[in-house]
Write a protein that binds this ligand. Structure first.
Ligand code: GLY
Length: 314
């Protein structure tokens, strides 16, 4: 069988042990495993890398444990504005939506836009209307809200009033997936609520092709997590691919160089998952933890939040 492989992330951050209950940690690992399982099932069935990354991201959007879809971060006005994108490394086709206030699964809208083909990027109320016209599920704002995100907004407001900095845990989070399919094609997808207490209308890196999401056959697929402004400035996903394509770096060197060297002076939390044309996956991050998981070309599956890595059955 041709090589298939998949990697996912559910955001990076400080993630102290006592920031979640034991049930929540287990729930997050369980949902990471479910996301891997959903994506890997598509790859095993011979479906495309695009199908696999979409399926994996949908599971994390539906989970309350990650900052995307249900459980997304709240902005400064207590609203959810959701960003997502998807890219097909075989064709370089891509779809992205931002500032959606209603799409249940923003990654599905990004995929629908990619397939529609009239635009790569659609934003705001037009993106919400586009999703509805395509028959995708829309929800009231209350669907996306969880007690954890309300608490995070209150904490960030307190920090803002006191002039102190919140933890990466309270601020960020994003979900994403990268895959290699049996036909040798690569794809990437990313979805996020952005950062807690963000200005209304702020758009991060996740829907920006080349920044938070990038895929190019024969090179790599990348999905990022962290403070998006810096991913945009460094055009991070495309930069990882460029270092592999032009400097002939391996994927670990290219990805680690960006996260742990180039971004280091900015002192921001950052991480990514990336996969190369042989199915080698990497997941560098510069914070104490990152929700992540991967399935190797040999079919071994793993999930992790911090240093400890759990092998799982899919
Ligand atoms: N990386 C997600 C964001 O900054 O919105």
């Amino acid at each position: 069988m041709a090589k298939i492989a998949l990697a996912i992330h559910g955001g990076c951050g400080v993630m102290p042990e006592d920031s979640m209950t034991q049930e929540e940690w287990e729930g997050a690992r369980r949902d990471l495993a479910a996301a891997l399982s959903a994506g890997y099932a598509r790859l095993k069935a011979g479906d495309s890398a695009v199908d696999a990354v979409e399926a994996a991201v949908v599971v994390m959007e539906d989970s309350p444990h990650f900052n995307a879809g249900h459980g997304a971060a709240l902005n400064e006005n207590g609203l959810h504005e959701l960003d997502a994108s998807i890219m097909d490394g075989a064709t370089l086709e891509a779809g992205a939506i931002s500032a959606s206030r209603a799409i249940r699964n923003p990654v599905k809208a990004a995929r629908a836009l990619m397939e529609d083909g009239r635009a790569v990027y659609m934003t705001g109320p037009a993106a919400d209307r586009f999703a509805e016209v395509k028959g995708l599920q829309v929800e009231p704002q209350s669907y996306f809200t969880t007690p954890k995100r309300v608490g995070a907004l209150e904490a960030m407001r307190r920090h803002a009033a006191a002039g102190t900095d919140g933890t990466e845990n309270e601020k960020h989070g994003t979900v994403g997936a990268v895959a290699l399919d049996a036909a040798g094609h690569l794809a990437a997808a990313t979805s996020t609520g952005g950062y807690t207490n963000k200005p209304e209308g702020r758009v991060g890196d996740s829907p920006i092709i080349g920044a938070g999401t990038y895929a190019r056959d024969g090179v790599c697929a990348v999905s990022g997590t962290g403070q998006g402004e810096f991913f945009i400035r460094h055009v991070l996903g495309h930069e990882v691919a460029s270092r592999i394509a032009y400097l002939k770096q391996d994927i670990a060197t290219a990805a680690d160089g960006l996260i742990n060297h180039d971004l280091a002076p900015h002192r921001i939390g950052a991480g990514l998952v990336a996969i190369d044309a042989q199915g080698v996956a990497v997941a560098p991050y510069n914070t104490p933890g990152m929700f992540r998981g991967w399935v190797t070309p040999e079919g071994h599956a793993f999930v992790a939040t911090h240093d400890q890595i759990y092998e799982i059955e899919l």
